[in-house]
Design a protein around this ligand. Structure first.
Ligand SMILES: O=C(O)CCC(=O)C(=O)O
Ligand SMILES: [Fe+2]
Length: 314
């Protein structure tokens, strides 16, 4: 699914893209300080990840990408004033990252952080508009989900994909990011004009999600599939950048605040329809999904390549 006419000027995306490309092209030593290696108290914020360090799907090659990611911090949320930050309830604070001395931004130049944070703030506004449309589509009041996005889990990955040359590596398909579903509710995805994003249709065919200037791709995540009782199915997607050029994308992952819990929404159920999924806290869900990926990697469980990960998300 694509959205257009979303109100965010194209120039904001282009400026953030160019700033990101400049940063990713800088020497490895300049980027490594923004990598935590999980050594900081970081609640999952990873910052920079070098090439060849991520492998999202073990049935495909290592991901040929570098990334820079961060988690929601209310200090950058235009909805909250600085004075709000002292009054965040404890159950919310437990899951958000406002005490990390500005990591990972504190380890990057302003030329990179400035435009990317500006875009992030615009996307925060857009996403909050979009969840109102989604609430209506799900049979709720327009503002029925607003409260759950007061301190939302909006994580971001800026992805840099050098071109890949071969099509196979050790018998596995060579990918820029392997096939996967995103964990949470939905992802707003900016991609540049290079192309390479693919989504799996219900017949198991990969479709090219071609770049369309000025649009954002919207992918549903696993938590959305749960709360809609499977009506909004999470999108299996991957990237293969065989264009011969560098590709840049920015994925904005949207979830309810991690302190929230949600089961199947009553408003989506037809008369007599059974709930297929149990209620689960958002934090617990993310942990469960991370654990499932670990299990897949260890080759444990009953998970096989024929069944995509999202089939196992109950
Ligand atoms: O680069 C893209 O188009 C997709 C990125 C993605 O799927 C992710 O970061 O989860
Ligand atoms: Fe993704």
């Amino acid at each position: 699914m694509y959205i257009s006419h979303h109100g965010i000027p194209l120039s904001l995306f282009q400026t953030a893209r160019n700033a990101s490309l400049d940063w990713f092209r800088s020497p490895r030593e300049a980027k490594l300080p923004a990598n935590t290696n999980n050594s900081l108290k970081n609640k999952g914020v990873v910052g920079y990840r070098p090439r060849q360090t991520q492998h999202i799907n073990p049935w495909e090659s290592v991901d040929v990408r570098e990334s820079f990611s961060w988690r929601y911090d209310p200090a950058y949320d235009p909805l909250h004033s600085p004075s709000d930050l002292d009054n965040i309830p404890d159950e919310v604070k437990r899951y958000i990252d406002h005490d990390n001395d500005g990591f990972p931004w504190s380890r990057t130049p302003k030329e990179f952080s400035g435009p990317v944070i500006e875009l992030y703030q615009a996307v925060l506004k857009l996403g909050r508009e979009l969840v109102r449309v989604m609430a209506l589509a799900l049979g709720l009041e327009e503002d029925g989900l607003d409260g759950r996005f007061e301190f939302p889990d909006v994580g971001v990955a800026v992805n840099y994909y050098p071109p890949i040359a071969a099509t196979k590596e050790e018998g596995k398909e060579k990918v820029s990011i392997g096939s996967h579903t995103d964990f949470q509710l939905f992802t707003l995805l900016y991609q540049d004009s290079v192309g390479g994003l693919q989504v799996l249709d219900r017949e198991g065919q990969w479709l090219n999600a071609r770049p369309v200037e000025g649009t954002l791709v919207v992918n549903f995540g696993d938590y959305m599939q749960r709360i809609t009782n499977g009506k909004w199915v999470s999108t299996v997607h991957r990237v293969v950048n065989n264009s011969g050029r560098e590709r840049l994308s920015m994925a904005f992952f949207w979830g309810f605040g991690l302190h929230e819990r949600c089961g199947v929404l009553d408003s989506v159920l037809e008369e007599g329809e059974e709930k297929k999924y149990d209620e689960v806290g958002c934090w617990e869900w993310v942990q469960r999904r991370i654990e499932m990926m670990r299990e897949v990697k260890k080759g444990l469980g009953n998970i096989t390549p024929e069944k995509p990960l999202s089939m196992h998300s109950q």
